[in-house]
Design a binder for this molecule. Sequence first.
Ligand code: ADP
Ligand code: MG
Length: 338
Amino acid sequence: MLVGGSQAMAALRERLERVARTDFTVLIEGESGAGKELAAREVHARSRRCRGPFVAVNCAAIVETLVETELFGIEERTATGVRGRRGKFELAEDGTLFFDEVGDLSLTAQAKLLRVLQDLCVEKVGGHGGHRINTRIVAATNRPLALLVREHRFRADLYYRLSGVEVHVPPLRMRRDDVPELVRYVLGRHREARDWRMGHAALEALVAYDWPGNVRQLERVIERAVALAPGPEICLDDLPGDITQEYTALTIDMATGRDYSLRTWARRYSRLVLERCHGNRRLACEQLGITYHTLTTYLSEAGPAGPRGEARNAHAGISAAVDVPPQCLDPVGSGIVR
Ligand SMILES: Nc1ncnc2c1ncn2[C@@H]1O[C@H](COP(=O)(O)OP(=O)(O)O)[C@@H](O)[C@H]1O
Ligand SMILES: [Mg+2]
């Protein structure tokens, strides 16, 4: 089940639903762990082929010399002792055949696949005569195929065949609103943690984190917390340090009662968002909902560094990204602004 009520997820769901009504080949792009396979399963489940099989091929794991046997099957006794085997195309008859990480297919395998997609016909190894295929193709990739085509690592003709309809699964950091719902969903899947909840600060830290490994990483983090926390409330300390680091760096002054002012918070937060926007001030203003002038004012005021090393480092990184003059940094963490 595709969980998430964010706008991005609503748009994705709608697109998948529309695509599922057709029999076109679909190419799903998105970062690792973002939910591409889940999206492919959704297309299958909502299509008229839903009663047929959903067969997945992991293109990254396919052995070069066995591509044909894997995909097309092999006739009994093609060579002495060889047992007949059905290929993935045959197994996916009347259903959906999912090529996962299709960008990892070797060039030779790409040529073989292209031939099948053109002829809509497969022939078993050692077989006589082809068999017409009746399966819907869905492919997924975590690297933009267009880029691989430019680098001559993916055949352009196969790319055009596959990319009939393209679907992009957005990374989790582009739909942070979904994090609380995903947390509840994942907790609910573990019998021992069904009544558990994520503490307020822990949840805020999860929402603030950038999730390079997307939903898959979030699942692992929650499972780890379920294994380690006494329950029933998961707190900040039950999460891995690299996930809470940025959050604690931002809130440290509040936590230690050093500086409760909203202005200090706003200043730090603005820098954090600006860093996320790779120093693009206009974009940062848009995301923060403040004017360019306000942002410039925040940046020109030096913020006190946190009392901990990481906080200072994070601060230095942010300042470097936005050209705050070095004299604005507080080198000893004294909190005194020069
Ligand atoms: N929107 C979502 N709702 C619920 N679970 C999700 C969602 N997106 C991803 N997941 C889960 O995250 C994990 C990774 O998803 P997967 O589809 O395998 O990602 P990808 O194929 O893009 O690497 C799976 O366990 C999947 O069930
Ligand atoms: Mg996958």
